[in-house]
Design a protein. Structure first.
Length: 352
């Protein structure tokens, strides 16, 4: 059941003030047609407020919201070609599944509405469930009913605020794949708010990371994971080792040595910082290689996790690194001294 591709959404210096507090601070963003975009950040960072402004439930203090050639900034929610799905799902308990899905289809004719509901239930894999009540469904099934209802009027843009937050982990992972498949089949632009980095990386074509009301980095999941622009982004997207030091001069390959108390390490320069500036070398646990040339460490702990071993490594000054490697790496038992290194391209130099 293909839909009409969504036009480009553009946010221009969008700001929301509550008194002197900037809940959303001068956000500018372009979303491509058909894109699955995730707004990621901790509680209170402004992501839900931003979503509610796009939906029309919050009025911007300044800035503009455009969808294609249409300026939505001053339009009330019911006049926007946008729909929003909430975490609570808000299904009517006294209505059947079919009646819930078709609730907003009054005025298009009974036969057309019934056909549209049937198409949507097939889309979300609930055909045959139309006569059931919401309280007879599982959490994942209720989530799919709410999704079908949100899509019923064929919005040009669908907004989802923590749509999987009420589901347990196993069901959430299953439903992530279903949500992604529905978006791909429809070709409708989705914008999802989440605080879960794994969920954002699973779902999104691109992720926008928010901190303190500002959009601090936007990019594909693999770019944000491998090339974070700040310490905040690096820590938000997964476990990361941050090795402090001072920046040396640039080498022939564009790599920058970092002088640490335990020896020099190298990484890809993500900044224009001057030589001698305090920096952090960000490197993921899976990129640390035991026994390679690098920093001296003692293996303080090791935990077997099936396909990998999680090791806690202690530098001579007592600071901790974490490595994630193969179970076969048994040449570094707990209590032993070794060295740990990493490829320069696996590390990013960030401002301290």
């Amino acid at each position: 059941m293909p839909g009409t591709p969504a036009p480009r959404l553009r946010l221009e210096d969008l700001t929301k003030l509550y008194g002197t507090h900037r809940a959303v601070d001068a956000v500018t963003l372009d979303l491509e047609p058909d894109e699955f975009f995730c707004l990621l950040g901790p509680s209170g960072c402004g992501k839900s407020t931003l979503l509610r402004m796009i939906a029309g439930f919050e009025v911007p203090s300044s800035g503009h919201i455009r969808l294609g050639d249409e300026n939505l900034t001053a339009l009330p929610p019911h006049r926007r070609p946008v729909n929003m799905m909430f975490q609570s799902y808000a299904l009517f308990p006294h209505m059947s599944v079919a009646s819930n899905v078709g609730y907003g289809l009054k005025g298009i004719g009974r036969a057309a509405a019934a056909a549209r509901v049937a198409d949507l239930l097939r889309l979300v894999r609930l055909d045959g469930f139309g006569d059931r009540r919401p309280d007879t469904l599982s959490g994942g099934q209720r989530q799919r009913v709410a999704l079908a209802r949100a899509l019923a009027r064929e919005p040009k843009l669908l907004l989802l605020d923590e749509p999987l937050g009420a589901l347990d982990r196993g069901l959430r992972e299953e439903t992530q794949g279903e949500l992604r498949a529905v978006q791909r089949r429809l070709g409708t632009a989705f914008v999802v708010v989440t605080h879960d980095p794994e969920e954002a990386m699973m779902l999104a074509d691109r992720i926008g990371v928010m901190e303190g009301g500002r959009l601090v980095q936007v990019g594909k999941p693999e770019v944000l994971y491998r090339r974070p622009a700040s310490r905040f982004v690096a820590g938000l997207l997964g476990d990361v080792n941050l090795i402090p030091g001072r920046l040396g001069s640039e080498g022939s390959g564009g790599e920058r040595p970092v002088r640490t108390p335990h020896g020099d390490v190298r990484g890809a320069a993500a900044t224009q910082l001057a030589e001698g500036a305090p920096v952090l070398v960000a490197v993921r646990p899976e990129d640390l290689v035991l026994g390679a040339d690098g920093l001296p460490v003692v293996v303080a702990d090791a935990t077997f996790l099936g396909d990998r071993v999680r090791r806690t490594l202690r530098l001579p000054d007592g600071s901790i690194l974490r490595a994630s490697g193969r179970p076969a790496d048994a040449d570094a038992p707990v209590g032993s001294w070794t060295h740990v290194g990493f490829a320069p391209e696996a590390a990013v130099i960030l401002p301290a």
